[in-house]
Design a protein around this ligand. Sequence first.
Ligand SMILES: CC(C)(COP(=O)(O)OP(=O)(O)OC[C@H]1O[C@@H](n2cnc3c(N)ncnc32)[C@H](O)[C@@H]1OP(=O)(O)O)[C@@H](O)C(=O)NCCC(=O)NCCS
Length: 157
Amino acid sequence: MNNIKIVRANLSDVPKIQKLLKNEIEKGVILYRSDDEIAMNIRSYLIAKDENNCDEIIGCVALHIYSMGLAEFRSMMVNQKYRMQGVGSLLIAKGIEDAKNLGLKEILVLTYKSYFFSKFGFREIPKIEIPDNKIWADCIKCSQFPVCEEVALIKKI
Ligand SMILES: CC(C)(COP(=O)(O)OP(=O)(O)OC[C@H]1O[C@@H](n2cnc3c(N)ncnc32)[C@H](O)[C@@H]1OP(=O)(O)O)[C@@H](O)C(=O)NCCC(=O)NCCS
């Protein structure tokens, strides 16, 4: 695991982020975002790199801010070959550290993988508590909307 580094993305990473996310987007697990939407929000993206294979991005997560207190983890994914080796945990730990440094109070996540996030202190909330701007900006674009099986979890930080 010493060869895995979590770093901030830059604009040259956008095509690599799209390549990484493609499979899970096709399965409907992750929402498609255009290159321009990723570029506009590039400062929120953390990426994982394997120092033995620097050309590829092996994982990513975006900490998207909604308000003075609330952000959301979105576009979280680790390349299949690298799963169950702690890469996802490194990304979440760095994202939580960023959220604390920014002065955020809560992080939301909508996921099918609640066991993964519960390890970091995320607790399930009723979907009625999801902020309206999330529903109308993102959920409305999703193929699963409005019958969504994802679980909403929140962590106070
Ligand atoms: C969810 C995901 C990012 C986890 O990444 P990862 O690098 O495999 O996670 P880690 O190796 O850090 O695992 C952290 C913990 O979760 C557990 N875990 C991770 N994936 C698991 C799985 N599929 N089944 C059971 N446990 C799992 C690990 O056992 C580990 O527990 P431990 O610390 O007790 O050993 C990865 O499975 C993924 O990309 N999934 C597809 C996309 C997705 O569902 N994203 C989330 C959308 S919000």
